[in-house]
Design a protein around this ligand. Structure first.
Ligand code: GLA
Length: 367
């Protein structure tokens, strides 16, 4: 009797960022948590010399001959996230084995919860198999896949959070040194994520523009490697020479880095009102200075701030739709969910999906 092929199962989580938005590609600070939803990849050996991909969420069966992968160009489908990773694995000098990757993701796509990083990291583990790489290299190779193959000039936050997530802790990541500190989430608050159910098309082109605008702002500070290195005082002294848009973008990045540092202190002190205040300041800065929010997200934040038991609320992720993250007193969470859902439906005729997330473990082999 033929033996059933041996299947190895890997999981990588999505993430929610608590604070520190659009700072990662400026070498700054971010504070994400890995979440309970993620991407599962079951990999088995096959005879044919190819990588075969199937997905529970997307129809079709995609196959890529092994000898074509090093030179392949992007297909414009979800397979690019996996094949970009495959190319990076080859570039590191590892061999790819003929395999079938059966993919199943529970991260809602387009929600700003990093479905792409979860797909990249779980696929990387499946394709690497017994070839181990240091965890930070795993995050970096997935980021390179997204930047160079998919063509999205993202920072390191999403892939890093997916790799390094820890139960019960947020991760304060220094995106320059790519090292992190674990941050306790005080008892007395739940992390409640509200999905606006919208994703404005503008998203990826606006992201590219923001990356470019930050570079433009940085050009006013010769000798500084990144906006992370510019102080508020230096920005104020240079402001008169800067155009309005790069000035506003730089102001966001510089103040957001300070907010992440203050959020860390507040979390360590168990100061929930301060954590909430910093989240709201972050949102206002993303709304007015960085201009990556949208009316739906603003209304979710404005509504949340009128509901009892809410310490703070802000958009999370790249923006232009997706989710808000809310810090809510556990006793008020049920009422918060009812209220925000009813009021959002009334205003936008959309039912928001709501998730209660506690920080979860990072990418791993399941069996
Ligand atoms: C997206 C990118 C991240 C980060 C956020 C904004 O999620 O993938 O690298 O820049 O937007 O903070």
């Amino acid at each position: 009797m033929a033996r059933a092929p041996r299947i190895k199962h890997y999981h990588a989580p999505g993430r929610v960022n608590l604070i520190g938005e659009h700072t990662d590609y400026n070498a700054g600070f971010v504070m994400p948590i890995a979440i309970a939803v993620g991407c599962d990849v079951r990999v088995s050996s096959i005879r044919k010399k190819e990588i075969r991909l199937t997905s529970k969420q997307f129809a079709g069966d995609l196959s890529f001959p092994l000898n074509s992968i090093a030179d392949m160009t992007k297909t414009g489908t979800w397979a690019d996230y996996v094949m970009g990773v495959a190319k990076e694995i080859l570039a590191l000098g590892f061999e790819l084995k003929p395999s079938h990757l059966a993919i199943d993701s529970s991260v809602p796509t387009g929600s700003g919860l990093s479905s792409s990083a979860a797909l990249e990291v779980s696929s990387a583990l499946a394709l690497l198999g017994d070839n181990e790489v240091p965890k930070v290299e795993l995050a970096r190779l997935c980021q390179r896949a997204e930047r160079e193959f998919v063509g999205m000039p993202c920072g390191i936050m999403d892939q890093y959070a997916s790799v390094f997530g820890e139960a019960h802790k947020a991760i304060m990541l220094d995106c320059r040194s790519t090292t992190h500190k674990l941050v306790p989430i005080p008892d007395g608050a739940e992390i409640v994520v509200v999905n606006s159910m919208v994703k404005h098309e503008l998203g990826s082109s606006a992201y590219r523009n923001r990356v470019a605008e930050c570079q433009q702002a940085l050009s006013h500070f010769p000798g500084k490697p990144a906006l992370r290195d510019v102080t508020l005082g230096e920005l104020e002294r240079t402001a008169a020479k800067m155009e309005e848009i790069p000035l506003a973008r730089a102001r966001h990045v510089i103040l957001e880095d300070l907010r992440v540092e203050n959020f860390l202190v507040a979390a360590e002190d168990g100061d929930l009102p301060m954590m909430g205040k910093l989240m709201v300041e972050s949102h206002r800065s993303l709304q007015h200075d960085y201009e990556v929010s949208c009316e739906e997200l603003d209304s979710l934040v404005d509504t949340a701030l009128t509901i009892d038991g809410v310490f703070g609320s802000r958009m999370t992720g790249g923006g232009f739709g997706g989710c808000t993250v809310n810090l809510v007193d556990p006793e008020f969470v049920d009422a918060f969910e009812r209220e925000i859902s009813a009021r959002y439906q009334e205003q936008w005729k959309l039912t928001p999906a709501i998730y209660r997330f506690s920080p979860s473990a990072g990418a791993r082999r399941v069996e």
